[in-house]
Design a protein. Sequence first.
Length: 201
Amino acid sequence: MRRLAGACRFVYNIALALTKDRYTRKEKRLGYVGLAALLPAWKQEFGWLSDVPAQALQQSLKDLDQAYINFFKDRANSPVFRKKSKKDSFRIPQGFEVDSANGRVKLPKLGWIRFRKSRDIEGKPKNITVSLGNGKIFISIQTEREVNQPLHPSTSVVGLDWGVKRFYTLSDGIYEDGLAPLKEFLPKLRQFQRRLSRKRR
């Protein structure tokens, strides 16, 4: 399991190094499609990558591509190299099986793995993420299901408009005048200021 997560981290890092190198040479950045096309060559150069499901390696390249998209849109900092044993994880979008009744999942090239459910799995599994931390393995399953639109139990509906002249106005005609505490207490404030002006230290 740790070997698989390490392979995904390795592919992410060499793809990031290649991207940074192309940037310094003022070459066009390779997106996900361009980087994924290099996977077969990397597998020949680093034979142990062939023992890892290709989908997991592809997902790490998608993560890098999304990290650059977020960076260019000022939603995040520039991507950095991933460190060993820090947030080690991998994601598999298909080719896995979930046996919820017996509490086990089947991952490509790994076989069946038992797990302890923290909650029932509802809907159709779409992808599975395996994370390693504190000597434990955590499995997250993303599912897709239809959810009924939540309805408020109230049978009456009213619209509300916040305003400046009026504090609020409801669609049924009810309104509240603007809140002006200073205007309300101005006479009292003038009275206190006159008293203060006649006082001595």
